[in-house]
Design a protein around this ligand. Structure first.
Ligand code: C2E
Ligand code: MG
Ligand code: MG
Length: 750
């Protein structure tokens, strides 16, 4: 581009030098003088035209129309001079022919058309309403000044001299149009890369306007002749227009990335003010306050300014409203947004404090919403959220508000709320969501989980209220979703404890906080200890002893149970090994295995590895599994078979409390059933019948039966009475779970 720029500048300088040189050199030879005056514009316009070929080829259609109109103007400029030249060569006529005059005027029309086209395109991309007023004001000033100083004298002159056809009035009028539009375009494109090109286009047009004005001035004062010193300036104007093509590469670059660029406000305040001040100055300079074109222009400008201000104020009001709306509303659902919630809750707390009132916040999250986004796509997800917002709004009275505060998280503020009101509203919401929603031919069933906290009972700041509502919602989710939960401090403690346990679980093993206790297992008839059950204990540094019933389900949820379970196997097997070595032989080691651990892909591998490392006899091992594994019957059967092949026995723990189905029991490769202690707690007639039946089933299926939780002699007596085979048992009557060393005292060396 640098090279092109340098060459163009050199060409313009050489060309002007040649043109002026010719005119000066042949001052005395009038034919050659005029010949040069006609020839040079033809050459200049020809070169200018050729420079438009490249931009025409590379630019988009939108730019091409502009260039086409511009080049047509330049072509007509060439044509009018060519006709003059030919007329000179053929007919020897030195005067500018009438046809050339007519064509010359059309040049302006094409230039104006190109600029109007460009302006229209810019209007489309900019927010232009106030700008149009500015243009009008500028136009009024320009027209009234030209009218006063140019057109009026021409009219006066044309009345005197017939030769001054009304035709000449067209020049200043068209010039005014071209001038103000090109300056405005230059101003409007000032932040774009088109600006450089428009600088030269405007320069070209300005040169043309100045030359025209000089021409009319010289003509009026009778000093103009063909081949005057101003003639090369018209061609210079055309060359400036062509110069703009150097910068053309750039605006295509911009087009690549600016498909949605930030709209620039075309604020023409500077031009506006200067033009009106200038007009006022001219009026004051003029002779008194008589009505003339300048005064009419000034008054009209002021009227337009007033209208413009009214319009701008109205527009600003609308903009402010829009701004406010977007700041406090959610775009997708049209509900109030998080910012709005934060403002409202602040003022509501203040109001409720002053008037001793209550209110509630309900935090609502849709269950498994992510699944819908993942499976049906975000488009459907968004539509669903819109439908959900409608349903939520329908579920509450108009004086309460719904806010969308996150993806699928909503808050409802209930004024004057009591627990009963909250319960009623929550139930209404749950009921309304029990019906499916239809979105784009999909029938979607979606349920909310709701956490509720009430001011001031459950907190007196917005943060605490929200935190407590969140805790309650979390619990509602935990309880199985599609329900609500009112906040209470006990609930909070429960949740806090649960969360702490969940958090600390991952470190319990590494911190050596886990240990095993062993509870004896006896043959009921002889009370002889035949084995022990390993039971896990967690000594938490802050919470103290945490029972396995509390932390094992959490370890199952988080998956930590797999790692912990491996440690238990290792520890228990090693203990058995130690006891064997110390003479407490023939003991059975029963180890609990959770369902998740059992179904883990590596479970069998781990058992094998631990067996190998601890070198215990698999025959001395019994794994206790709960009934829940039956849900995955096929896999569980395979694993149990593998264990049996390894020589390990398996038992169904807590039998009778879970999913036991008698039909699958017969097919499960297990050797023992452990009847849950709840059956023998009271041991009334019906319980006795139940226990007896289970014992019979076990006997018939050739399974060993163990009875858990025997605490009293009466229980033992009853159990012995109803059993007709050897049965086994566990319970405080025979011994509580104890650490290994403590248990050794009740074990007998064999
Ligand atoms: P479980 O396997 O049924 O273990 C028996 C539970 O009953 C033990 O509770 C034991 O202390 C208790 N118990 C024994 N005799 C009596 C009695 O006479 N009266 C009463 N009231 N209770 C008695 P613990 O140790 O709290 O364990 C609770 C449950 O935690 C276990 O029930 C078992 O399901 C699970 N668990 C314990 N250790 C582990 C483990 O290492 N891994 C896995 N996965 N679960 C374990
Ligand atoms: Mg057990
Ligand atoms: Mg049990």
């Amino acid at each position: 581009m640098q090279k092109r720029k340098r060459n163009t500048i050199i060409f313009i300088i050489l060309y002007l030098t040649a043109f002026y040189g010719w005119l000066w050199f042949f001052t005395n030879d009038s034919w050659l003088h005029v010949f040069g005056a006609a020839l040079f514009p033809v050459i200049g316009a020809g070169v200018a035209l050729s420079s438009f070929i490249r931009p025409y080829r590379i630019l988009s259609w939108e730019h091409r129309v502009f260039i086409l109109l511009l080049t047509l103007g330049i072509f007509l400029h060439l044509l009018s001079n060519l006709i003059w030249l030919l007329n000179l060569l053929i007919n020897g006529e030195k005067d500018y022919p009438d046809l050339s005059f007519i064509i010359w005027i059309t040049v302006y029309i094409f230039f104006l058309a190109s600029l109007i086209y460009k302006l229209k395109r810019l209007y489309k991309s900019l927010s232009m309403a106030p700008f149009r007023f500015n243009i009008s004001i500028f136009m009024i000033a320009a027209v009234s000044i030209s009218f006063h100083y140019l057109i009026n004298p021409i009219i006066a002159l044309s009345a005197e001299h017939q030769s001054f056809a009304a035709f000449f009035i067209l020049y200043p009028i068209l010039d005014i149009g071209i001038g103000f539009i090109s300056i405005n375009i230059f101003y409007m494109t000032r932040y774009t890369v088109e600006n450089k090109a428009f600088l030269f286009l405007s320069l070209g047009f300005l040169t043309q306007i100045i030359t025209d004005t000089l021409y009319i001035y010289l003509l009026i004062s009778g000093q103009y002749e063909n081949g005057s010193w101003i003639d090369p300036l018209w061609t210079l104007a055309i060359l400036f227009l062509a110069f703009s093509n150097i910068y053309v590469d750039k605006y295509e670059e911009e087009k690549k990335w600016s498909s949605n660029s930030y709209p620039q406000q075309g604020d023409n305040g500077l031009f506006l003010n200067l033009s009106v001040i200038f007009l006022a100055f001219l009026v004051m300079q003029g002779n008194g306050w008589r009505w003339n074109a300048l005064i009419i222009g000034l008054v009209s400008s002021i009227i337009v300014i007033v209208i413009r201000q009214i319009f701008v104020m109205k527009q600003h009001r609308e903009l402010l409203h829009d701004l406010w709306y977007h700041a406090y509303h959610d775009k997708l659902t049209g509900l109030f947004n998080r910012s709005s919630y934060l403002l409202d809750i602040k003022s509501l707390i203040q109001f409720s404090e002053e008037h001793q009132k209550k209110f509630a916040i309900m935090l609502l999250d849709f269950d498994r919403f992510k699944n819908i986004n993942d499976t049906l796509g975000h488009g459907i997800g968004d539509r669903l959220l819109q439908e959900c917002s409608v349903r939520l709004k329908q579920s509450i009275s108009p004086n309460n508000r719904v806010y969308r505060v996150g993806g699928d998280e909503f808050i409802i503020i209930l004024q004057d709320a009591t627990e009963e009101i909250c319960t009623t509203v929550a139930n209404t919401i749950l009921k309304n969501f029990s019906k499916v929603l239809s979105v784009h031919n999909y029938q979607i069933s979606i349920t909310p989980s709701i956490g509720i906290s009430i001011y001031p009972d459950n907190g007196n700041t917005s943060e605490i209220l929200l935190k407590n509502a969140d805790t309650s919602m979390y619990l509602a989710k935990n309880k199985g979703r599609n329900q609500y939960e009112l906040y209470s401090s006990e609930l909070n403690e429960k949740m806090a404890r649960k969360m702490q346990i969940e958090n600390d679980l991952s470190q319990a093993l590494a911190n050596n906080e886990l240990l095993l206790h062993y509870q004896p297992k006896v043959k009921l008839q002889s009370r002889e200890i035949i084995g022990v059950e390993a039971l896990l204990r967690w000594k938490h540094p802050i919470l103290g002893d945490i029972p396995p019933d509390e932390f094992i389900p959490l370890a199952e949820e988080t998956g930590h149970v797999v790692q912990i379970g491996e440690w238990v196997l290792y520890k228990a097997f090693k203990q058995l090994n130690t006891w064997n070595k110390n003479g407490y032989s023939n003991l059975l080691m029963c180890v609990n295995v959770s369902a998740r651990q059992f179904q883990h892909g590596d479970f069998l591998k781990i058992v094998k590895k631990v067996l190998e490392e601890t070198e215990v006899n698999p025959k001395d091992i019994e794994l206790e599994i709960t009934e829940s594994i039956m849900q995955n019957f096929k896999d569980s059967t395979r694993i149990l078979n593998e264990l049996r092949n390894m020589g390990i026995r398996s038992s169904i723990d807590d039998f009778g409390t879970g999913y036991s189905s008698l039909s699958v029991l017969k097919d499960l490769p297990i050797q023992v059933i452990k009847i849950d202690r709840s059956f023998i707690k009271v041991l009334k007639d019906k319980d006795i019948a139940m226990v007896k039946t289970i014992m019979d089933i076990g006997n018939n299926l050739d399974l060993n039966v163990v009875i858990e939780g025997i605490e009293t002699e009466e229980q033992l007596t009853t159990l012995l009475e109803i059993s007709n085979r050897t049965i086994y048992g566990q319970g405080y009557l025979f011994g509580k779970p104890l650490p290994a060393e403590a248990l050794e005292k009740v074990l007998c060396k064999k």
